[in-house]
Design a protein around this ligand. Structure first.
Ligand code: PGA
Length: 259
């Protein structure tokens, strides 16, 4: 990891949780905060639990966010949640374009682009997810897919926005499968994403935090976070276990040389 970029480890709870279970999990994550070192930590929870996250985390170093947002500001969009609503609940982050949204809910690059812009317009930090599917990797199209997804979603951003943006490289075949990319390959593709960002934003992309996501565990965290291009992780399954999640956060801090 580059020492200029503050590491970030964000949990993606997906559609998991309960009021009771979250209370225990968040208390344990907060308890581990003293061991986080320089790494920043966030949890992206289901919408109904944002109020709970706000009340339990407001006085702690742990930030919170959502897993999706509407590109519209308000209006007759049944079932949608706006950026302003996320701000009302104190969110700092919002995951945009996760592969599960693209795969199961038909999110296109055009929507993802609008959502990234909407997030910035309302003072939220988008965690933009990009990544190739297995058949695309097997067909040798990884680099093209990831570059196109990145260019499409960020083409209209200012240099300042590129600095504040968080990108997560998440190869779809590695998500929830227990099959992580090797550190070396994750680093290579992350570098590619940084260059794609840099073509439009000049030097700004040197400051963009790019995370890796896909079956990160305490066992492979050091290998992943030891890579120079990778600035932290987007953690699914392991973020539901406070012990595993805090071990991953500590690995991120250690690889940055401050623990
Ligand atoms: P995983 O999920 O850690 O369970 O593979 C990562 C993600 O989907 O963000």
């Amino acid at each position: 990891m580059n020492s200029q970029r503050t590491p970030l480890v964000a949990g993606n709870w997906k559609m998991h949780g309960s009021l009771e279970g979250n209370t225990v999990l968040l208390a344990e994550v907060v308890k581990g905060a003293g061991l986080f070192g320089r790494a920043q930590v966030a949890v992206c929870v289901p919408f109904p639990y944002l109020a709970q996250a706000k009340s339990l985390l407001a006085a702690t170093p742990v930030r919170w966010g959502a897993q999706n947002v509407s590109e519209h500001t308000h209006g007759a969009y049944t079932g949608e949640v706006s950026c302003a609503m996320l701000k009302d609940f104190g969110c700092r982050y919002v995951i945009v374009g996760h592969s599960e949204r693209r795969q199961f809910f038909g999110e296109t690059d055009v929507w993802v682009t609008r959502k990234v812009q909407a997030a910035f317009a309302h003072g939220l930090v988008p965690i933009l997810c990009v990544g190739e599917r297995l058949e695309e990797r097997d067909a040798g199209r990884t680099d093209r897919i990831v570059t196109e997804q990145t260019e499409m979603a960020t083409g209209e951003l200012s240099s300042e926005q590129v600095v504040n943006l968080v990108v997560a490289y998440e190869p779809v075949w590695a998500i929830g499968t227990g099959r992580s990319a090797t550190g070396e390959e994750a680093n290579r593709v992350t570098g590619l994403i940084r260059r794609a960002l840099g073509r439009r934003s000049g030097g700004a992309s040197a400051q963009t935090r790019i995370l890796y996501g896909g079956s990160v565990t305490p066992d492979n965290a050091a290998e992943v976070f030891g890579q120079p291009e990778i600035d932290g992780g987007l953690i699914g399954g392991a973020s539901l276990d406070a012990g595993k999640f805090t071990a991953i956060v500590r690995a991120a801090s250690r690889e940055r040389g401050n623990l």
